[in-house]
Design a protein around this ligand. Structure first.
Ligand SMILES: Nc1ncnc2c1ncn2[C@@H]1O[C@H](COP(=O)(O)OP(=O)(O)OP(=O)(O)O)[C@@H](O)[C@H]1O
Length: 266
């Protein structure tokens, strides 16, 4: 892997400490203990409704833990935290702003000068391959391009942590593969700490350094496995025996959890 930009600090970048979350009577998460080190690319897998998005919302501060706590970079999360940038499945762009204005938005909010904003935005627009589209509006862009704008916007804010909630789920298979490769390159260059949700085991294997499978009702960690496939990862890695071994192991756990979920709704 390329050399990391940020030197490692002592202590985890993200930590769930005995974290529980309920919505009324619905216990969504129970006693989650999980540490994510700086520079890890952690993928969360698990049956629908097991609380994966809720975990991201707790890290970003959109939700508060009901029991236990959540920590980012040594601080307990008590409010929406600018140290975390979130990329959603539905791009969440401002339709009335151009690509450049969308990418500059967070910088503008922080009072960064016009010239500096333009410089930073241009850098990330080019990094995600959107040079030439700076003045386009979102409705003129494909889904893949919109998602690249979302990624550039988060990168421009230079957060410690990037959170991705099924960002490529709505894209066609080829666009998805291209964006996975771009995200891997960005990750390898930036050394950001990432939590990424997907339902695709192949996507998890291609991207992650570590995979956590969640069980449902209530949501908790049922499998935590290092992804030691070598970097840089290309499609060839999918032919390796280690890939198949990891895929089988994850698949068995996910299948058990999905079946348990289905039994619950019979
Ligand atoms: N704000 C909320 N108020 C009430 N219930 C909620 C709220 N947010 C989530 N839930 C419930 O919590 C449970 C877990 O939701 P969550 O979105 O975290 O699951 P998930 O694992 O991300 O699911 P999926 O894979 O389908 O996106 C679901 O039953 C959901 O309906």
């Amino acid at each position: 892997m390329a050399e990391m930009k940020n030197p490692p600090k002592a202590g985890p970048m993200i930590e769930f400490r005995g974290t529980g979350k309920s919505f009324g009577d619905l216990k969504v998460l129970q006693q989650v203990d999980l540490q994510v080190a700086q520079g890890e690319f952690l993928v969360l897998l698990g049956a629908s409704g097991c609380g994966k998005s809720t975990m991201l919302n707790l890290v970003s501060g959109f939700e508060r833990a009901s029991t236990g706590s959540v920590w980012v970079n040594g601080r307990e999360v008590k409010d929406v935290d600018p140290a975390c940038g979130m990329v959603f499945q539905q791009y969440a762009l401002f339709p009335w702003k151009t690509v450049r204005e969308n990418v500059e938005f967070g910088l503008k909010m922080r009072g960064v000068s016009r010239a500096e904003r333009a410089r930073v935005a241009q850098h990330y627009i080019e990094m995600v391959g959107l040079k030439g589209f700076e003045d386009s509006f979102p409705n003129k862009l494909s889904g893949g391009m919109k998602q690249r704008v979302s990624i550039a916007r988060v990168l421009a804010n230079d957060p410690d942590v990037m959170l991705f909630d099924e960002p490529f789920a709505a894209l066609d298979a080829m666009t998805r593969q291209v964006l996975q490769e771009q995200l891997l390159q960005i990750y390898e260059k930036s050394g950001k700490t990432i939590i990424f949700i997907t339902h695709s085991i192949d996507e998890a294997l291609m991207l992650s350094t570590r995979m956590v499978v969640m069980g449902a009702k209530p949501g908790r960690v049922v499998q935590d496995i290092d992804n030691d496939l070598p970097h840089p990862r290309t499609a060839d890695v999918q032919l390796s025996s280690r890939y198949i071994e990891l895929k089988r192991s994850i698949w068995e756990t996910v299948q058990v959890e999905v079946m348990k979920g289905l039994e619950g709704v019979k």
